[in-house]
Design a binder for this molecule. Structure first.
Ligand SMILES: [Zn+2]
Length: 344
């Protein structure tokens, strides 16, 4: 007989099973709901309690398809929840990681992630196992929620320690680009590789699971960015990134985003210590950084709102498009045609 602790660990590590983490998530979501209250500004958006309430509902309704589990704990001691999504009747031929809200103010990504989870729960894609993290930067998001409720306009990008999590990864932290001397602010990295609990949680998960593909959801810009971010050179798999980027582009109906290598966003730009370079170089995972939306600015006054610059008044059409391109990528991964390779 296996010890109970091992049994519960197996339960949430295995697609198609339901375990103690599922029950813990129901409790967490109910407590978050009670602590948060129903009313808040930006009513078109899910606050964290709303997101957990919806995800806990589908986890309760479809326990074989949606399994919550914790991937780590934030700097301010909040759990970082994930969902494992699968069609339990079909063995997976590939795996996909989807994570959102690494930057505190970027909320459309969480809308996309929740919409995708709801869509998957109602119509699972056979042959793919997905881990979905609706919010990685849970502390940064909580601070933004406090700001919104208090009517404060604060620019927030980092976590509770004010570290930009997307400059905290271990790969391509240095650049020899001459532009570095001219615009040093573009070349800032965190104090040390994987210095923050949130980035470490993501790395630990990625190392354990060796996902075939990954999507990090951001705002704004309207691009499917691929590695490298920190180097001008093309990666070995540039053609495959292009193929997958076009596949997602073609799945969109309105104003499709375009695929592009991130370092080629501007000749002077390098993104150092970023998640997409890290996951691709370390684990061979085909990783995209998706810049959802073209910003939320509709009027001159919107430029004064940090929240509005990143988040349109109504995120629903962006969430609908997000479901389309994520479903296209997940379906391709389910075919077995996308395989993580050794470190390039
Ligand atoms: Zn971002």
């Amino acid at each position: 007989m296996l010890p109970a602790v091992l049994l519960s660990a197996l339960a949430y590590a295995t697609c198609g099973a339901c375990g103690a983490e599922g029950r813990a998530y129901q409790v967490y979501a109910a407590e978050a709901r009670a602590a948060s209250g129903p009313d808040h500004p930006e009513e078109a958006y899910l606050f964290a309690a709303d997101a957990h309430e919806r995800l806990a509902t589908i986890a309760g309704e479809r326990p074989g398809v949606v399994q919550p589990f914790r991937v780590g704990t934030s700097g301010a001691d909040r759990p970082i929840w994930a969902l494992r999504l699968c069609d339990p009747a079909t063995p997976p031929r590939g795996s996909l990681l989807i994570f959102a809200n690494i930057h505190a103010l970027e909320w459309v990504p969480t809308e996309v992630a929740v919409a995708f989870a709801l869509d998957f729960a109602s119509a699972p894609i056979a042959g793919v196992e997905i881990v979905l993290i609706p919010s990685l930067n849970v502390d940064g998001r909580a601070l933004v929620e406090d700001d919104l409720r208090a009517g404060r306009n604060v620019y927030r990008r980092g976590n509770a320690a004010r570290v930009d999590l997307n400059r905290d990864f271990a790969v391509n932290r240095e650049s020899r680009a001459i532009w570095k001397a001219l615009i040093p602010s573009r070349y800032v990295v965190s104090p040390a590789p994987l210095s923050q609990p949130e980035s470490r949680a993501l790395d630990t998960l990625a190392q354990a699971e060796r996902f075939d593909a990954a999507v990090s959801l951001h705002a704004f810009g309207g691009f499917f960015y691929s590695p490298w971010a920190g180097r001008w050179e093309r990666p070995t798999d540039h053609a495959e990134f292009g193929r997958l980027g076009i596949l997602m582009q073609n799945a969109m109906v309105n104003h499709p985003y375009r695929p592009r290598q991130l370092s080629r966003w501007g000749f002077f730009f390098r993104g150092l210590g970023m998640e997409l370079d890290h996951l691709y170089a370390s684990y061979g995972t085909y990783t995209f950084l998706v810049e959802t939306t073209r910003s939320g600015v509709e009027t001159l006054a919107d430029l004064d709102s940090s929240f509005r610059i990143y988040n349109p008044r109504d995120p629903r059409s962006h969430a609908t498009e997000g479901v389309r391109y994520l479903r296209a990528l997940a379906t391709e991964v389910a075919s077995g045609r996308v395989q993580a390779r050794g470190a390039p």
